[in-house]
Design a protein around this ligand. Structure first.
Ligand code: TEU
Length: 524
């Protein structure tokens, strides 16, 4: 509706730059490729783009290892091209959110180089966490969270050894990130996605986890002191004109503690990972929707709904498995992709009808699936290396977008692609789907158009409708209803409604299993 802050109900599209479109011909997506495809994104009907890190980086973790926060990696382009992208996106009425990585730098960042050169006891080491001996913390990517340097000291890295954790107790660190925020705000960005937002502050003295740590009280997660940082960031952001926003990547599962980040003087929004993690079961989804609404309501923050991102198994694959777990583990986990696609279509309508904002990961709108058969030698995710290949890692959800044509590279760029595309994606190219009114792309376009026009959708409230077992049905005022059939039998649509949009055909007037309907109420 009018007058409401744009981010409260926005549809935000995650551009994973290295896999979106390649303008330079080196096999890696870049700013030139993205700029050429802005009309596609405008036509899709999203409100904003979130770009994964584009900064100067050795790319040990696909750019989440930043060596210079104030410049663009040559792989992606130049600062001048970033400026052009921001202004052209704005011309297309697309806002631009950039990724900020404050938990760690690259080991090639000048500060870490200075810390290595400075040696034990040097002031340069105090910007990171150097110790005489490691504690028992594990790296999120496998193995220990500590690496020894030649002079015998150890440094902390919650992720790869190329990603040393910053010491957020240090005033230089705080001042530097406020300056970086200003640098990008001055260039016109509309917001920031904050990487690993809950882990910046570590418990005093870096205590051991010990046996069986309480997952709610990890010494490197969700410390109360982290909130101070976001209060000062929020003041800084609010000193800029326009409605700029923060979205936090917060893997905190207790809804009450999660909601603490969403106070009016902290972050505007955060990704809803409990929803992403839920299996395709009505009771579980209903419970997570209810707990989301319960935790966000008092905070006054809009919920967000997210199905996939660059870290998790694509949902078409997840929903096609009996175990819908989101991490990539082994090779031999079959998925029924027809089933996953049917559910993915229904899930798209569900997320776009729920109150609040919605995130799309590039390729969701094409129904791309997780690519499982990438040869080991081509995999680049440090997770694969750190687990000695035991985990497939996240490359399978990062395969370059198929735009057009009958064969790889499917118009991604002039030549090769940094990861191989499945030949079967010829049926899923943008060009093929644009021609097909029943395609996933057509469904997303129609749904986003209706969502943009329909005052009932986006920010607001919802009311559950009485429904049979394994059916999710709710209304949005005024006059809108959404029904998702997760049961195994066809169901009747509620009376006095008219169909606006279906994720799949009705069968004899009934809504089939794994199908969703958007309905206008009050009409026979
Ligand atoms: O991810 C943080 C994180 O905790 C992830 O490891 C996530 O839990 C996991 O991938 C789920 O399978 C962020 C970024 O999104 C990720 O791409 C980076 O690798 C990571 O931070 C380090 O910066």
């Amino acid at each position: 509706g009018g007058g409401v802050s744009w981010w409260r109900g926005a549809a935000i599209y995650q551009v994973y730059l290295r896999s979106f479109a390649d303008g330079s011909g080196d096999g890696v997506g870049d700013l030139a490729g993205l700029r050429a495809r802005l009309p596609y994104l405008r036509e899709l009907g999203v409100d904003a783009l979130w770009l994964s890190p584009w900064y100067v980086s050795p790319m040990a973790d696909a750019g989440y290892d930043v060596a210079d926060y104030r410049d663009i990696d040559p792989l992606f382009g130049t600062l001048a091209e970033a400026d052009a992208l921001i202004s052209e996106a704005h011309d297309h009425r697309l806002r631009v959110i950039v990724d900020i990585v404050p938990n760690h730098t690259s080991d090639r960042h000048p500060w870490f180089r200075a810390a290595l050169a400075g040696g034990p006891g040097s002031p340069e080491r105090e910007r990171y966490h150097f110790r005489d001996a490691p504690n028992d913390w594990p790296s999120r990517f496998g193995g220990p969270a500590w690496t020894r340097v030649p002079d015998g000291e150890w440094y902390l890295h919650l992720f790869d050894s190329s990603q040393p954790d910053l010491n957020w107790e240090h005033p230089d660190v705080r001042a530097e990130f406020e300056s970086i925020l200003r640098f990008w705000l001055d260039r016109g960005v509309d917001g920031f996605r904050i990487d690993v937002a809950d882990r910046l502050v570590k418990a005093d003295g870096l205590p051991d986890l010990g046996p069986g740590p309480d997952p709610m009280d990890l010494p490197h997660a969700d410390r109360p002191e982290v909130h101070e940082i976001y209060r000062s960031w929020r003041k800084l952001l609010d000193s800029y004109p326009g409605e700029r926003m923060f979205v936090g990547e917060i893997w905190v599962s207790d809804p009450a503690r999660f909601a603490l980040y969403l106070r009016p003087d902290e972050l505007h929004t955060a990704f809803n990972f409990p929803f992403l993690r839920s299996p395709w079961e009505a009771d579980r989804l209903r419970a997570v929707i209810d707990s989301t609404l319960a935790s966000h309501g008092p905070a006054g923050a809009p919920p967000t709904w997210v199905l996939s991102n660059h870290d998790v198994t694509r949902h078409v694959t997840r929903y096609g498995r009996s175990d819908t777990g989101y991490t990539q583990r082994t090779r031999d986990e079959p998925a029924d992709l027809a089933l996953g696609t049917r559910r993915g279509r229904a899930a798209a309508l569900l997320t776009m009808a729920l109150p609040g904002g919605v995130y799309l990961y590039q390729g969701d709108e094409l129904g791309l699936w997780e690519v499982l058969d990438i040869p080991a030698e081509l995999r680049q995710d440090p997770v694969t290396r750190r687990t000695n290949g035991a985990e497939l890692g996240r490359d399978g959800c990062r395969v370059p977008i198929p735009w057009e044509g009958a064969d790889p590279p499917f118009g991604f760029g002039p030549g090769r692609t940094w990861l191989p595309q499945p030949p079967e994606w010829r049926a899923l190219t943008v060009a093929a789907q644009e021609r097909d009114p029943d395609s996933m792309l057509s469904l997303y376009r129609t749904a986003l158009r209706i969502r943009g026009d329909e005052p009932a959708l986006g920010d607001g409230t919802m009311t559950w409708l009485p429904a049979g077992p394994d059916v999710l049905a709710f209304t949005r005022d005024p006059g809108f209803a959404c029904v998702v059939n997760l049961s195994r039998a066809p169901i009747e649509l509620p009376p006095h409604t008219r169909v606006l949009l279906l994720s799949g055909d009705l069968a004899h007037g009934l809504l089939p299993p794994d199908t969703a309907a958007w309905l206008q109420q009050g009409e026979p």
